[in-house]
Design a protein around this ligand. Structure first.
Ligand SMILES: [Zn+2]
Ligand SMILES: [Zn+2]
Ligand SMILES: [Zn+2]
Length: 393
């Protein structure tokens, strides 16, 4: 959706105001945005604010660069992607790819839920607070994050949103490397499974843009991974090797996991490297927990996929008739001829119950091994030395 509050928060993705500190202020006019954007936006003071947009009917227009951006009210999002591409675009922007991922609007379970709950615990959004989901994808997590009084807004480079998200969550299409938001627009934000899809300069761009968006007193939660591993990860790799072999033998569906990881760039070499990138962006890592996936490897990567595979091979009784036999056969208008259609169905109540129970088992990975240094991690970032001044008006 596009709420009036969202329209107050958005800005031109590529235009900076002329006022800033002595280092980053510039003469009025678009030339300073076009030529000196990167230096000015990274200024130690937090950089200039971005230029507000004016609503003109169904478009938002920028008085600085003259661009106009579409308000796609029927589709439920504001289209604020930069007119000119910023860098490589991930394959998540491809519609067919999204269909194959088969996201549903059911609550997140298993490792997705472990990550979502770590976000809620570390970011701890207050009641009434609007949290920004950076790289929200179809909007599944934004729907979940909007529980308990907090609300979420989402931004993603691809505009393929779940119907429920488009109806109930403020959504923006935009490039995370040029976030179309005013300074301090969202005092808290999170990004899960996103940074690994960007190259080094891209990660730095996202951190810089996120710092401006959360403002001086803001908080930013990330889940991503550095290219290092603990001794525990050897166990996970052995399980994954087994899963891969079973996949090759046709005993397990390895495709979706492979799909998700297929455009990982993995630019973050180590935790020290990540801290250095944060420092360059004016952020610091205030808290970090590691994610050693011991229980996940056995339960989700192996056990559940074997189970799913066994289940899929059984002939489905309700298939041919399309009867209203069970909770598993909701009519899905958008389901098209597509090989992963079955897995895109929302889980039934029994499956959901079982998945919730298994999620608790998976949480042991964080409880027991959260202090053991390894690649994947949950991080809470804060702007450096900015807390005392509080968020901007
Ligand atoms: Zn400055
Ligand atoms: Zn401009
Ligand atoms: Zn502009």
């Amino acid at each position: 959706m596009i709420s009036p509050a969202l329209l107050e928060r958005v800005a031109c993705p590529v235009c900076l105001e002329s006022t800033g500190c002595p280092q980053c202020s510039a003469p009025a006019g678009h030339a300073a945005c076009a030529e000196d954007y990167v230096r000015r936006v990274r200024c130690a003071c937090g950089g200039p604010d971005k230029v507000r947009l004016q609503v003109r009917g169904e478009t938002l227009s920028c008085s600085c660069c003259g661009a106009s951006y579409a308000l796609r009210r029927h589709e439920g999002y504001a289209d604020l992607g930069p007119v000119r591409p910023v860098g490589e675009v991930t394959q998540y922007a491809d519609h067919e790819f999204q269909e194959r991922l088969g996201t549903t609007d059911a609550e997140p379970v298993l490792s997705a839920r472990v990550k979502a709950d770590m976000m809620r615990r570390m970011l701890a959004p207050g009641a009434g607070e609007v949290v920004l989901d950076l790289g929200c994808g179809a909007g599944k997590l934004a729907l979940y994050a909007g529980r308990d009084g907090a609300r979420a807004a989402g931004v993603d480079v691809a505009p393929f949103f779940l119907a429920r998200a488009a109806a109930g969550v403020d959504l923006v299409r935009g490039d995370l490397r040029r976030l179309p938001f005013r300074k301090g627009a969202f005092p808290s934000a999170y990004s899960l499974d996103v940074l690994e899809h960007l190259d080094g300069p891209g990660v730095l761009d996202v951190l810089v843009e996120a710092r401006r968006t959360v403002g001086r007193g803001g908080r930013l939660f990330v889940y991503t991974h550095a290219m290092e591993s603990s001794a525990l990860a050897r166990f996970q790799r052995a399980v994954n090797r087994l899963a891969r072999r079973l996949g090759q033998a046709g005993l397990i569906d390895h495709e979706r996991e492979a799909l998700r990881k297929s455009d990982h760039v993995n630019a973050i070499r180590s935790h020290e490297h990540f801290e250095a990138l944060c420092a360059e962006a004016g952020l610091e890592v205030a808290e970090r927990r590691y994610y050693n996936v011991v229980f996940k490897a056995v339960v989700e990567d192996l056990g559940l996929r074997l189970y799913e595979h066994a289940r899929r091979r059984k002939p489905r009784r309700t298939n041919a008739t399309g009867g209203r036999g069970g909770p598993e056969s909701p009519p899905r208008s958008r389901a098209s001829a597509n090989s992963l259609r079955a897995s895109a169905k929302a889980p039934g109540p029994l499956a959901l119950w079982a998945a919730r129970a298994l999620t608790w088992v998976l949480k042991l990975d964080v409880v027991l091994f959260g202090g053991v240094r390894t690649g994947p991690f949950f991080g809470l970032l804060r702007p450096r030395g900015g807390v005392q001044e509080g968020p901007q008006a």
